[in-house]
Design a binder for this molecule. Structure first.
Ligand SMILES: C[S@@+](CC[C@H](N)C(=O)[O-])C[C@H]1O[C@@H](n2cnc3c(N)ncnc32)[C@H](O)[C@@H]1O
Length: 379
């Protein structure tokens, strides 16, 4: 198999988590910076990364990187890349791009030049004047940063947060990749109780259950590179078979999700069924103040509501008072809470946050506050 350079893209702040995931898959990292982790892999790595990376946004195949200060440089260096090794005669290829602090700033011109360069290169291999572009999709991306162009092909298709289980939605669901990262950044393990008392569509409990049972997050969906003739179907088949074998069906989980809104609870249940995890998570309709946390060393991982409207503010202040009350009653409880509400830290007086990280939920800047409870004796 060919040695390839791959790039996993991630939300700002999650680079270290994604880097760890790639290392756990056994691949060598060569660079990690600004929401991009570059590593060495092969065709199998494309399949495995798409199937297994829980916290990355996409997996890109790096075609090349070069300085381009003029359109001629962009054209010639793009043409010099081995496009014929990836794009078949009927391949459909689209070009997108971004330019930051670079001389070439007209994205539409850069797109046209890149497309032209690829066409010219492919004509040297395929005996056609026009390409029908009726076959598999190759989504090409150019990022120009300080006159350095990085050219990639997207291997994922839909973003990796699209796991395939979200049949029912609620307002403001958390991104699946971020929910998975919240769990990975916590001390939760399947021996401990996990509670999301503001579960909405159930993303956090479902992601936790998938982690607890070692279910590859991409197992129920397809990826665009599965349609590429360059990657043998056998490679995908093997990677999927290994992922099925890796599922730990014997693990018993104690994961609970609740929400004040009956529709949200129904959505959570539907989504858990879609994910094949309906027996592993208990969802119930319940306002937070009525929630009774019985088990010591339970871990709350959640994103509570945050609103700007006056009425909502009052409700949220009450939620913070309830949190203070519940957390101060039992110092074995841990709380991991993500919010865009800057007032949270001041309002939670039961303890100072042990750790805070700035993370993005889509475009919204949020902070992930971590309050560690006492550890169970055996840990
Ligand atoms: C930001 S959303 C959570 C979204 C969720 N993480 C998801 O991925 O869909 C906050 C949730 O808190 C719920 N909520 C608001 N007030 C509540 C209360 N007092 N008790 C329990 N749930 C409440 C809302 O119904 C909403 O579903």
């Amino acid at each position: 198999m060919a040695k390839l350079e791959l790039i996993a893209t991630a939300t700002f702040g999650l680079e270290a988590v994604v880097k760890r995931e790639i290392q756990d898959l056994g691949y060598e990292i060569i660079r990690s910076e600004d929401a991009k982790i570059t590593y060495i892999g092969n065709e199998e790595a494309i399949a495995k990364s798409n199937l297994w990376l829980r916290c990355a946004d996409r997996v890109l195949l790096k075609m090349g990187e070069f300085r381009a200060e003029t359109f001629t440089e962009l054209f010639e260096q793009t043409k010099a890349l081995p496009w014929e090794e990836w794009i078949p005669m009927d391949g459909k290829f689209v070009v997108n791009g971004t330019s930051v602090k670079s001389r070439l700033f007209s994205i539409s011109d850069c797109q046209k030049i890149i497309k032209k360069a690829i066409v010219e290169k492919l004509k040297e291999t395929y005996p056609v004047e026009r390409f029908a572009e009726t076959g598999p999709l190759y989504s090409i991306k150019m990022t120009l940063l300080k006159d350095v162009a990085t050219i990639t092909i997207d291997t994922s298709g839909a973003g990796l947060h699209k796991r395939g289980y979200r049949a029912a939605d609620v307002a403001a669901p958390i991104k699946e990749t971020l929910a998975a990262a919240m769990i990975k950044l916590s001390f939760w393990n399947p021996d401990r109780v996990l509670i999301d008392p503001f579960c909405g569509s159930g993303t956090i409990p479902i992601e936790a259950a998938m982690i607890g049972k070692n279910i590859a997050p991409g197992l129920s969906r397809k990826f665009v590179s599965e349609t590429w003739p360059q990657i043998e179907p056998e490679v995908w088949k093997k990677a999927r078979a290994e992922a099925f074998k890796a599922i730990r069906s014997d693990v018993e989980l104690k994961i609970y999700g609740s929400d004040i809104d009956g529709k949200a609870v129904s959505a959570s249940r539907v989504n858990a069924v879609q994910a094949g995890l309906s027996d592993d998570i208990v969802f119930r309709r319940q306002p937070f103040d009525k929630l009774d946390i019985q088990d010591d060393y339970s871990i709350i991982i959640t994103n509570p509501p945050y609103g700007e409207r006056i009425g909502e503010k009052k409700d949220i202040e009450q939620i913070y008072r309830d949190l203070n009350y519940k957390m101060s009653k039992n110092n074995t409880l841990s709380l991991y809470i993500i919010t865009a509400d800057k007032a949270l830290e001041k309002a939670l007086k039961f303890k100072k946050a042990d750790r805070r990280r700035k993370l993005y939920n889509g475009r919204i800047e949020t902070t992930y506050y971590q309050y560690y409870g006492e550890r169970p004796p055996k840990e």
